[in-house]
Design a protein around this ligand. Structure first.
Ligand code: MN
Length: 212
């Protein structure tokens, strides 16, 4: 099989009361699994069979937005979403990412406000991201299965704003879910690691100010 469903990086109860085990039963066990199963079915016998996930995301997007890209994109986006959260997450970003965030968005509070507003502003299903674009940080929102990876940007972290991500725990209160994501769940160490990787890829050594 080309694609696999990775296990959650924490116990399904570990993020309670912010995200319930029941939400993970559906979101990881049903929704994410369905994208993996469907994508494996669709790539069978095509050039994408056996391709690494990130490459398959980019290659399927070149063929346009349809079932193939949508299912592969959703595998990638969900893989990143689970890793973007941790028990006892939230709080302030670690240095030197914190300084770069302050410099880019004005302050850490301003960053959080802009991130929440981007999530609220995504009409219908989608995602809100913190990414590195060349040597700059950006907040990006994408619709459905779209991902900044296909625009050459490097995701640092992502929050799922499809209703299935929050409806069991927050019903229609997407803004509350986004605030809890930032205050209690976000895995800043994962974002920092991705930032360092981005710095190495661009070779400039100063992306995000990480100096990697
Ligand atoms: Mn989802």
């Amino acid at each position: 099989m080309t694609f696999t469903l990775p296990p959650l990086p924490f116990d399904k109860s570990a993020l309670e009361p912010h995200i319930s085990a029941k939400t993970f039963d559906f979101h990881h066990g049903k929704h994410h699994k369905a994208y993996v199963d469907k994508a494996n079915e669709l790539v069978k016998g095509t050039a994408l069979e056996g391709m690494p996930l990130e490459q398959a995301v980019i290659e399927s997007r070149k063929q346009g937005v349809g079932p193939l890209f949508n299912n592969i994109g959703q595998i990638y986006n969900h893989n990143l979403f689970w890793l973007s959260m941790a028990p006892n997450g939230g709080g302030a970003a670690p240095s030197p990412l914190l300084e770069k965030i302050n410099e880019t968005f004005g302050s850490f509070d301003a960053f959080k406000e802009q991130f929440v507003n981007a999530g609220i502003g995504q009409f219908g299903s989608g995602w809100v991201w913190l990414v590195v674009n060349k040597d700059k940080l950006e907040i990006v929102k994408t619709a459905n299965a779209e991902t900044p990876l296909t625009d050459g940007k490097t995701p640092l972290l992502v929050c799922d704003v499809w209703e299935h991500a929050y409806y069991l725990d927050y019903q229609n209160r997407r803004a509350d879910f986004l605030k809890v994501f930032l205050e209690k769940l976000v895995n800043w160490n994962f974002a920092l690691e991705n930032c360092k990787k981005a710095a190495k890829m661009t070779g400039c050594g100063v992306s995000c100010g990480c100096g990697a």
